[in-house]
Design a protein around this ligand. Structure first.
Ligand code: UFG
Length: 329
């Protein structure tokens, strides 16, 4: 029996495929390669270039392969873009997931683990954030992810599908082998943008606002290594395979770092002065997002290995130093 990884050529998807294959699992990857990279797909995975919105393509995979469970990363994930082009997010994230679930139901595949996000909470009422806290997204990306969770829930009630929604905080870092890492085009995330400075691709890093109510005025985030996220997907899938009920888990380290602190860690790791410039706030950024991941630790037995930010930034730096253009040469 195989695991189908949708979006397995993307950042978190490709790292999860590596972990699954290292754990001896049989893996099928489907990706439309609009934002993912074929070079990121593990050579031992069977690859289909397919879009989740394409019902015939989904049906073909479920007919060709013997799929035991699905891990679903295939979604658009840029907060800013979701505000300027919301219908793209409804189309790809919601319509796509709807087609996928129709195909799964038709083929009797009833277990799915998928990427949700801290953006489902919106501006948190308190930190660390618990899964039971209010979900009131402040951007369309978070709104579509919350709607995906609800779509799974209603589909589960009607058709017996079981799901695990994993609400990630800030994914970062790269595979310890150096084979794969973070590559987005355009890049919008803090750590890869900082590392473009010592890589000679950017003169300075912009700090989006230093007037937040935090100890140094810059935003606080919970940075979690992509390999730890990948492990959580395997644990969540095993939880469903063992009969676990549908569930939602936060995934973070439970420790927050400010933008300035992250830049300081990157200066230490790279030995580069990394000039920084304070700019206006970026629209829609909450001041603080820090997870309580107690539930994932207790129920799934998840135990992140890369809790230290310096280790995380070092792994990202190894990747970016050796792949300054990501997978594109
Ligand atoms: N930031 C800067 N300068 C930059 C880029 C980012 O100061 O050049 C700041 C942001 O304002 C934010 C922090 O660095 O305070 C982290 O920003 P990222 O863009 O790296 O990550 P976000 O916290 O905005 O977004 C992440 C995920 C989203 C997810 C969101 C949940 O990338 O997919 O967390 O809120 F939706």
């Amino acid at each position: 029996m195989a695991i189908l990884v949708l979006g397995g050529a993307g950042y978190i998807g490709s790292h999860t495929v590596y972990e699954l294959i290292e754990a001896g699992r049989d893996v099928v990857v489907a990706d439309n390669l609009l934002t993912g990279f074929k070079a990121a797909v593990h050579p031992k995975a069977r690859f289909y270039q397919a879009d989740i919105r394409d019902r015939a393509a989904m049906d073909e995979i479920f007919e060709q392969e013997s799929i035991d469970g699905v891990i679903h990363f295939a979604a658009s994930s840029q907060v800013g873009e979701s505000m300027s082009n919301p219908l793209k997010y409804y189309d790809n994230n919601l319509c796509g997931t709807c087609v996928l679930l129709q195909s799964m139901v038709a083929h009797g595949v009833d277990k799915i683990v998928f990427s949700s996000t801290a953006a489902t909470y919106g501006e948190p009422e308190r930190v660390p954030i618990l899964e039971t806290d209010k979900t009131q997204p402040t951007n369309c990306y978070g709104e579509t992810k919350l709607a995906m969770e609800k779509m799974m829930n209603w589909t589960g009630r009607a058709h017996g599908l079981r799901y695990v929604a994993l609400r990630y905080f800030n994914a970062c870092g790269a595979h310890p082998s150096g084979a794969i890492g973070e590559a987005h085009n355009p890049e919008t995330h803090l750590i890869p943008l900082i590392l473009q400075v010592p890589n000679g691709k950017r003169e300075k890093i912009s700090i989006f606002g230093d007037d937040y109510a935090t100890h140094d005025g810059t935003c606080i985030r919970d940075y979690i290594h992509v390999s730890d996220l990948a492990q959580a997907h395997i644990l969540a899938l095993d939880y469903l395979l063992k009969g676990g009920e549908s569930n939602v888990f936060n995934l973070g380290n439970g420790v927050g770092f400010t933008v300035k602190e992250v830049i300081d860690v990157a200066r230490k790791v790279t030995g580069h002065p990394i000039p920084a410039e304070v700019c206006p706030r970026r629209a829609g950024d909450p001041a603080q997002l820090v997870a309580s991941s107690e539930k994932a630790r207790t129920v799934l037995g998840w135990n992140p290995k890369y809790a230290d930010l310096e280790t995380i930034v070092s792994s990202a730096w190894s990747w970016h130093k050796s792949h300054p253009n990501g997978f594109e040469g």
